[in-house]
Design a protein around this ligand. Structure first.
Ligand SMILES: C[S@@+](CC[C@H](N)C(=O)[O-])C[C@H]1O[C@@H](n2cnc3c(N)ncnc32)[C@H](O)[C@@H]1O
Length: 257
């Protein structure tokens, strides 16, 4: 059976792109917050790798601020949209490469000043796979390089604020979300049902089931510290950049030893 990431991000990429487009409006704000964090570590310019870059809202905005950015993603539709957007904005110091973060060691040859994983782009595979991804992230960082895992759902947040149903209006579509949290395995099983808006009516388009792992903050620290990534700090959100609370999302900063 094929993995849901292929079904969602490749076979049903047009649906996924709807979501990325809605998040674009926060791209500049989030990139500004990232640069504020990097300044604390003396990083004003340099090379950044974004894992699972989608259609480039973070990579392009960071490149606009002077960084040399590489975005990697498995979805070729998202990447071609990102390339189109960068071209339109005349941003040259960003490149987008098709690749799988599970094989980062073969996809990426150089070492970066910064690696970023933003908006719950980890936990899609087995724990062993995530551990391998962390090992490869560490290998792809220069000494004292920074790894940031940002705006990522935490177990602490979920236990406090779990919501079994929700919906989102993306403009063209309405999406119904149904979630089930398996507390024993710390996974969320999701069903997203897509409806096309036609005047006041909704027409069913498609649906997708998927499941991913929700890590607690201490597990992130453990996985990172096992691969020579030292935990340095955590924030409540990119919006406020206030220190993390007991129920924050994961906004954590690690430094390569
Ligand atoms: C939640 S999105 C985050 C997008 C982007 N970071 C942002 O903030 O807009 C997750 C992204 O990871 C990509 N992805 C999923 N599995 C991947 C893999 N194995 N290798 C590379 N990218 C992957 C998906 O195609 C999707 O664009």
């Amino acid at each position: 059976m094929q993995h849901w990431t292929k079904e969602f991000f490749i076979d049903k990429d047009k649906l996924w792109l709807q979501f990325l487009n809605v998040r674009w409006k926060y791209g500049a704000r989030d990139a500004r917050a990232i640069t504020k964090i990097l300044k604390k570590y003396g990083i004003y310019r340099g090379t950044i790798l974004e894992l699972g870059c989608g259609n480039g809202r973070i990579s392009i905005n960071l490149a606009k601020m002077g960084f040399k950015v590489t975005g990697i993603d498995i979805s070729s539709l998202c990447l071609s949209d990102a390339i189109k957007r960068a071209k339109k904005k005349k941003i040259k110091n960003v490149q987008f490469i098709p690749g799988d973060m599970r094989n980062l060691d073969t996809a990426i040859r150089r070492k970066y000043d910064v690696v970023i994983s933003i908006w719950t782009s980890i936990g899609f595979y087995s724990k062993q796979t995530d551990e391998r991804i962390f090992r490869n992230i560490s290998k792809s960082l220069k000494k004292k390089g920074i790894f940031m895992i940002l705006s990522t759902m935490s177990r602490e947040f979920l236990l406090q604020h779990f919501c079994p149903t929700a919906y989102e209006d993306t403009g063209n579509f309405v999406v119904m979300f149904k979630h089930h949290f398996d507390t024993f395995h710390s996974t969320v099983e999701n069903k997203w049902i897509f409806y096309k808006k036609r005047n006041k009516d909704l027409t069913y388009i498609d649906e997708i089931d998927f499941k991913f792992r929700i890590y607690s903050m201490h597990e992130m620290v453990e996985m990172a510290e096992n691969v020579e990534l030292e935990f340095v700090e955590a924030y409540d959100s990119l919006r406020t950049l206030k220190p993390a609370k007991s129920d924050s999302h994961i906004n954590m900063v690690f430094r390569k030893k």
